[in-house]
Unconditional design. Sequence first.
Length: 169
Amino acid sequence: MTKRILILVLCLCLGLAAGASGAESLEGRVQDFVASVYADYAAQSFAEVFSLMYPSIGDIVSEEDYVNYQSQNFEELKLHLSEIEVGEVSESPRLSGSLRQLLLDDESHRVYGVAISYKANFVRGVRFSQTISKTVYVVVVDSQSEEGILYLLWEPSSMEEEEMPNDSD
């Protein structure tokens, strides 16, 4: 992990020295944003994670409900996340209909998919250790500006799906 960070810093420095374009710096910002979100999530700073979610998500689930739900899941499963690695960024990934419905039509935004993997250790009757790889979605509002605002695009209905007794991960 330390080698990855060192390589990332070196690449960033080389990119800046070579006059990196705005798109490349935005890609780095998106990766850093996802790394920060997952660091907060792993640290169980759920209110901080919720504060970074796309605004329309708050119309569906309250911060209190989200924090309580995540806290309860971490406690019940004795969940611990580690080895978080942020991967490649893709612009305009294909979104499910439910995620597209969360996007506000009146905003200038771009959506990015970010590959992420992490190790999840949890207890569900017996102790499990599982590597999870998935895509996380980030919305950049006012993407034409270098200072665009970044938000996590997350599916609130996943809270309901995970509450089902016969779920499969």
